[in-house]
Write a protein that binds this ligand. Structure first.
Ligand SMILES: [Zn+2]
Length: 450
């Protein structure tokens, strides 16, 4: 520091900064030896909520500035400072009830309704319990005191019951036999972990499938999200995805609190979705087992929705990368009269049914290098690679400075992400990957300014 006092320790700098009017954390303190430092960390681990702000750990530094200089730094971090991170915070709360929610495929997912509890920086009142076996494995029962934490400090998770606190005579939870939304029998096929509501007209399934149709990975209709879809379904404006294109200005303007401007925007977004590629339409139809990769393959091979609808299971399964499971599911879907009625509505609305010329994918990725890490929903590793190579791109196993983009799925390799970040390689999620496959350009991050 030019002209200032000679400083000898880290806490001297804090004292100086405070005297100059800078805010300095009053909890910063000088301790002698490792044991005292450790005790200090454990103290704050227990008292972290006494503070008015959230902390996830403590930073311990060597105080002597001369010693700091001597220790120096590695390529990544100084050797004289280290962060002590607190373990994920756990709290106990009452499990009020176990509910079951129904998804777009009819999947019934049990979830815990909790007495609201503040954990890991936010109030948690609900946590997924995944399926029947998970509930049985954790043996959580409505009325139990349960331990709650945030997995990776983000997703709330019920760890298990506090058995010593279990009220006497508390009965184990039983999976409901009927759909809580429509009352239809819930079915769990042998060998599967999920229960399903098989009623195609189940309001929860209908709303879920329309939401999916409009989602970013499918027809990408901005403004047609969960709440709107539910509202439109309740008002009787939507009964299936075919009705999306029959929404009228008059009907929408009738809805309370729906402004002219947002009505116009939504109708424009719906109109624009008519020209989406065939593969996106296929994804949007919500055919079980058929996701992004399979849709791309079918669209490229058959070139038209009618050709896919007319194909036999054998013909569908003969497409490289499409197995019997997908083929059977697709053939069943198009064979159903209700679904045929939906297709008729979409056709009448002028929705694009045509794919790229059969077996000839556009070479959108020619000369580009796309690395994939982690699992992408709807793609096996081979399918993701095939989708890239089929469009003229390369898909090596590691990130380099020549990499165009890194696509990140679930449970990705941390080193690839670090490398990409260091090299400034764009990182994409599934939606970004779909855009890249289609257009050959790396989309701007959501909410980004570039
Ligand atoms: Zn149902």
């Amino acid at each position: 520091m030019v002209g200032g006092p000679e400083l000898e320790s880290h806490h001297d700098t804090f004292t100086l900064l405070a005297s100059l009017g800078f805010p300095v954390n009053p909890e910063a303190t000088v301790l002698e030896g490792l044991e005292a430092a450790m005790a200090h960390c454990l103290h704050w681990q227990q008292h972290r909520h006494d503070l008015d702000y959230e902390i996830d750990g403590i930073v311990i530094k060597v105080d002597d500035l001369a010693l700091q200089r001597e220790l120096g730094a590695t390529a990544k971090a100084p050797r004289w400072a280290i962060a002590y991170k607190f373990p994920p915070e756990e709290r106990t709360t009452r499990l009020i009830e176990i509910g079951v929610s129904i998804g777009r495929t009819g999947r019934a997912t049990p979830y815990a309704q909790l007495e609201p509890v503040f954990v890991g920086g936010s109030t948690v009142a609900m946590a997924t319990l995944h399926n029947q076996d998970q509930v049985a494995f954790k043996d959580v029962r409505p009325g139990d005191l349960v331990i709650v934490r945030k997995a990776g400090d983000v997703i709330p998770e019920v760890v298990g019951p506090v058995l010593s606190e279990r009220p006497e005579g508390l009965a184990p939870w039983v999976f409901p036999t009927n759909c809580p939304v429509c009352g239809h029998t819930l079915n769990r096929p042998v060998g599967e972990s999920d229960h399903r509501c098989l009623n195609l007209r189940c309001p929860a399934r209908v709303a879920g499938s329309i939401e999916h149709f409009a989602s970013r990975g499918a027809m990408d209709i901005e403004g047609l999200g969960e709440q709107r879809v539910q509202q439109f379904c309740e008002l009787g404006l939507l009964a299936d995805v075919g009705d999306v294109y029959s929404l009228t200005e008059t009907a929408l303007l009738d809805i309370d609190k729906f402004q002219d401007k947002s009505v116009a925007k939504l109708l424009a977004a719906i109109d624009g979705s008519r020209t989406q590629p065939l593969a996106r339409l296929l994804v949007g139809l919500n055919i079980r087992h058929l996701a992004g990769a399979g849709s791309q393959l079918l669209a490229a091979h058959f070139g038209h929705l009618d050709a896919i609808a007319a194909a036999s299971v054998e013909e569908l399964a003969a497409v490289e990368g499409v197995g019997t499971t997908i083929a059977t599911s697709v053939a069943d879907w198009f064979g159903d009269a209700t679904n045929q009625a939906v297709i008729a509505k979409l056709r009448a609305a002028g929705v694009n049914f045509e794919g790229p010329a059969p077996s000839e994918l556009p070479q959108t990725l020619a000369g580009l290098i796309v690395v994939v890490t982690g699992t992408l929903p709807g793609f096996t590793r081979d399918q993701a690679e095939a989708a890239i190579k089929g469009r003229g791109g390369k898909s090596p196993a590691s990130v380099s400075k020549k990499t165009t983009a890194l696509v990140v799925g679930a449970e990705p390799g941390a080193s690839k992400i670090t490398k990409a970040t260091e090299l400034g390689v764009p990182v994409l999620d599934l939606a970004g990957f779909m855009v890249l496959l289609e257009t050959g350009t790396v989309p701007a991050p959501p909410g980004g300014t570039s």
